[in-house]
Design a protein around this ligand. Structure first.
Ligand code: SER
Length: 294
């Protein structure tokens, strides 16, 4: 695992962790050689909302960084995974559901860079035989990492705020539906997909889906765990981004070609998020039993 920032203790304890700068090609070569790297999972990117605030930096990290990784993977014959996203679609794409192959005209630098990555990766695969693989993820939700400048971040922040203050001001409108996925499903999809023999893959970029919900739906479920919870709405520039994204992914090809299936729906997601975050915000306080739906 690598980053340009210091790792917390639990990451250091989990295995090797090194400094790597996606913009420093020599540094990347050195790492591949010294550690005899054979696969790369390339996560570095500025997300959709933060990318709009610093387009030049997003161009460097999301586009130049990808160029470095593709070249590196090609040079050393590495297997390469690059995540793509619901953000790779735009207002001209069908939204409910969004198929794998359709119009992609995203309106964020993040989305443009992801379409660029999908196309270049597929080109390197055909032209040079690079084992490039990509999955288009929904908004990914986890209790380990803090919201990081994405349009789907409300679905992480809501859990922290519900436990901390009992309130959350949502920057999306109540009925904005977006696809989401719990981190465990996301990580499992990557390892299952990367382990597949190449002959199984009919495409190099697949949509994968788990659940779709709106802020209103999520707030209702959160209320079952934190009955005093109140959500208010104050849409900002992220609403404009969300309005152009898929509401639901059609992932039938991933399910048919290589057996993709999700294990976490929205109810189970809420359960695990509260299980993980409750002790952090309400230590020693008896965990309320979720009030069942009327
Ligand atoms: N979670 C990302 C974002 O909101 C989408 O891939 O930017």
């Amino acid at each position: 695992m690598s980053d340009i920032i210091k790792a917390p203790d639990h990451i250091l304890e989990a295995g090797p962790f090194i400094y790597a700068d996606i913009l420093d090609f020599k540094n990347l070569q050195e790492i591949v050689v010294n550690y005899r790297v054979d696969w790369i999972i390339h996560f570095s990117a500025l997300l959709s909302a933060i990318g709009e605030q610093n387009v030049p930096l997003a161009m460097r990290v999301n586009i130049e960084g990808l160029h470095n990784i593709l070249e590196l993977a090609n040079q050393y014959k590495l297997k390469l995974f690059v995540p793509s996203t619901i953000g790779a679609f735009g207002p001209d794409s069908p939204r409910d559901p969004t198929p794998d192959l359709t119009i992609q005209r995203p309106r964020t630098i993040y989305g443009v860079a992801k379409v660029h990555a999908e196309l270049l990766g597929e080109y390197y695969n055909q032209r040079f035989g690079l084992d490039f693989r990509s999955l288009r993820f929904p908004g990914v939700i986890s209790s380990d990492t803090n919201p990081g400048g994405g349009t789907t971040d409300y679905a992480v922040a809501i859990f922290h705020e519900a436990l901390k203050t009992g309130r959350y001001q949502c920057y999306l409108e109540p009925d904005t539906m977006l696809p989401m996925m719990y981190i465990t499903d996301c990580l499992r999809s990557i390892s299952e997909y990367m382990e597949l023999p190449a002959e199984k893959l009919k495409m190099r970029t697949y949509n994968i889906h788990a659940m779709s919900f709106t802020p209103r739906i999520l707030a209702e479920i959160v209320k079952r765990f934190v009955p005093e919870f109140e959500m208010t709405y104050k849409p900002d520039s992220r609403q404009k981004i969300a309005d152009t994204w898929p509401m639901r992914f059609d992932d039938s090809r991933a399910r048919a070609d290589w057996g993709w299936h999700h294990e976490y729906d929205v109810e189970r997601l809420c359960q695990v998020m509260f299980d993980a975050l409750w002790p952090q915000y309400r230590p020693g306080k008896q965990r309320t039993k979720p009030v069942s739906k009327q």
